[in-house]
Design a protein around this ligand. Structure first.
Ligand SMILES: [Ca+2]
Length: 90
């Protein structure tokens, strides 16, 4: 299955949300607002704290993540999806 990302404005996968089916360099109203996310499918997502895949980055493998209390709460500004079964850490 292709990798998908579900981004949420609020904790616990609530609030304004976006389904990301392809890499997106500008999250619009969710820019610097994402507080929880889910990644599904085969692959991984790389998030960036600046638009257009720039700035600091972090990789998320499939799973559910709360960003509250982490350095990435309200910080994601763009996201790149990678369809791959390869582990991004190797
Ligand atoms: Ca938020």
């Amino acid at each position: 299955m292709p990798v998908l990302a579900f981004l949420y404005d609020n904790p616990d996968y609530t609030g304004q949300n976006l389904v990301i089916r392809a890499s997106d360099g500008d999250l619009g109203g969710l820019t610097a607002a994402v507080s929880s996310l889910r990644i599904s499918g085969s692959g991984y997502a790389t998030v960036y704290d600046q638009p257009n895949y720039s700035g600091a980055s972090r990789v998320f493998i499939p799973g559910s993540y709360s960003l509250i209390g982490t350095a990435w709460d309200n910080r994601i500004s763009s996201i790149m999806l990678s369809d791959s079964s390869l582990d991004p850490y190797y």
